[in-house]
Design a protein around this ligand. Structure first.
Ligand code: NAP
Length: 320
C-alpha cells in the first residue's frame, strides 16, 4: 500500500517538531513547509529513513506552490499560529485566511483529511482579537471542507516550549511575580507528547469531521501553575495580585518590544478560563487520557533553572 504523504504547515513549531518525530518513526512520508529552510534544517530532529522527510520553503503562501504540494498529499496538517501581531491584521491572516485557503485547496484536491490546530477556551472571549480570529478560522474550515478535524488544546508544555520554560526564566530572575486577575484563571496543561499522540491518532480517525477539545489530566489556576514552577526550580518568590489598570499599562509597554512578554490582547484573553466549553467532544470522551502531570513533568527539565543545576544536592542531604 502506498504510504500516506502528510503535508505539514508550521513544522518547526513546538508541536511540529515533536509530531515530525512521531510521524517519521511510524514511516509516514512528510512534506514539511517552513518559511526558512536553513532554520528548519537546524531545528528539526527526525527518525526518518532517507527520503521520508522533505523540507519545502514557502513564503507568502504562493497559491501555485500550495497547489503543487496538495496534489501529492493525502493529509494536510496546519500548525501555523501566532501569539501576537507584528502587523495589523496578522491574526486574521494567519488564523483565518490561511486555514480557509488550505481547507479550500484540500477540498479541491480531494485530500482525505485536513487537521487544524485551533485553541481551547476562546468561545466566550469576544473581546480578544486572537480568539475571534481562531474562531473565524474554525468556521471557514467547516464551510470549505467536510473532512476536517479541528483540535482545540489548552496550554501545551514541554522542555522546548515557550511557556513553562519562559516562566522558569522569569521566576529565576525576578524577586516577585504579578498575578493577573488574582491568578484565578484556570488552565488544563497538556504535555506535548500527549497532544502529539492525539493528533497522530486523528490521522486514522474514521469519522468525516470532528472538533475536539484537548486537555491534560488536571485543571490548575494560573497561581497554582506558578507555585508548581517555583517548587520545581526550588525558589521562593512573592506572588502579588496586580490591579487591572497596572496590568494594562504594563502590557501597553511590553507590546512595544519585538518579542513581548505580554500584550493587551493576551491580557484580555487571560480573563477567560482555558477549559472545555462542553460544546464539543473532548479527548477523554474518545479515550485519550493524558497521564503526564504538570508538576511531575516539569521537574524533569527544571534543573536547568535550579541554582547549581541538576547535580546540586544540599550539604545536609549529602551527609545523611
Ligand atoms: N503551544 C500551545 O500552548 C498551544 C495552545 C493552544 C493552541 N495552539 C495552536 O497550535 C498550533 C501550533 O502551536 P505551536 O506551539 O507548535 O506553535 P509555534 O511553536 O509558535 O510554531 C508555529 C509555527 O508557525 C509558523 N509561523 C509563525 N508565524 C508565521 C507566519 N507569519 N507565516 C507563516 N508561518 C508562520 C512557524 O513556522 P516557520 O517559522 O517554520 O515558518 C512556526 O513554526 C498553533 O496554531 C497554535 O495557535 C498552541
Amino acid at each position: 500500500m502506498k504510504q500516506k504523504e502528510i503535508l505539514l504547515f508550521g513544522a518547526t513549531g513546538q508541536i511540529g517538531r515533536n509530531l515530525i518525530r512521531k510521524l517519521s518513526k511510524n514511516n509516514y512520508k512528510i512534506i514539511a513547509v517552513t518559511r526558512n529552510i536553513h532554520k528548519a534544517g537546524y531545528i528539526l530532529k527526525t527518525q526518518a529513513n532517507p527520503g521520508y522527510l522533505e523540507l519545502v520553503e514557502l513564503n507568502n503562501f504562493e497559491i501555485n506552490k500550495i497547489e503543487e504540494l496538495m496534489k501529492r498529499a493525502s493529509i494536510c496538517i496546519n500548525l501555523i499560529g501566532i501569539l501576537f501581531e507584528k502587523k495589523k491584521n496578522d491574526f486574521n491572516l494567519i488564523h483565518s485566511d490561511l486555514p480557509a485557503l488550505l481547507s479550500k485547496k484540500a477540498n479541491e484536491f480531494k485530500l482525505e483529511k485536513f487537521i487544524h490546530l485551533s485553541a481551547l477556551g476562546i468561545e466566550k472571549a469576544n473581546d480578544s482579537k486572537y480568539a475571534l480570529s481562531k474562531l473565524d478560522g474554525e468556521k471557514r474550515i467547516k464551510e470549505n471542507f467536510n473532512k476536517h478535524i479541528i483540535i482545540k488544546p489548552s496550554i501545551i508544555y514541554s522542555i522546548d516550549d515557550n511557556f513553562s520554560t519562559k516562566f522558569m526564566s522569569l521566576l529565576s530572575a525576578l524577586p516577585m511575580m504579578p498575578l493577573y486577575y488574582n491568578g484565578k484563571t484556570k488552565f488544563s496543561p497538556i504535555h506535548v507528547s500527549d497532544i502529539v499522540e492525539i493528533i497522530f491518532n486523528m490521522i486514522k480517525y474514521p469519522g468525516e469531521n470532528l472538533v475536539l477539545e484537548c486537555m491534560g489530566p488536571e485543571e490548575m489556576t494560573f497561581k497554582k501553575i506558578i507555585q508548581n514552577i517555583l517548587i520545581s526550580i526550588d525558589k521562593k518568590r512573592i506572588l502579588f495580585p496586580m490591579p487591572y489598570v497596572l496590568a494594562k499599562l504594563s502590557a501597553k509597554f511590553f507590546q512595544l518590544l519585538p518579542n513581548p512578554l505580554l500584550t493587551e490582547d493576551q491580557l484580555t484573553l487571560l480573563k477567560y478560563d482555558n477549559c472545555k466549553s462542553g460544546n464539543y467532544k473532548n479527548n477523554f470522551d474518545l479515550g485519550y487520557i493524558p497521564k503526564k502531570k504538570f508538576g511531575e513533568e516539569i521537574n524533569k527539565y527544571s534543573f536547568n533553572w535550579k541554582s547549581g543545576g541538576q547535580f546540586n544536592v544540599k550539604l545536609q542531604d549529602k551527609l545523611k
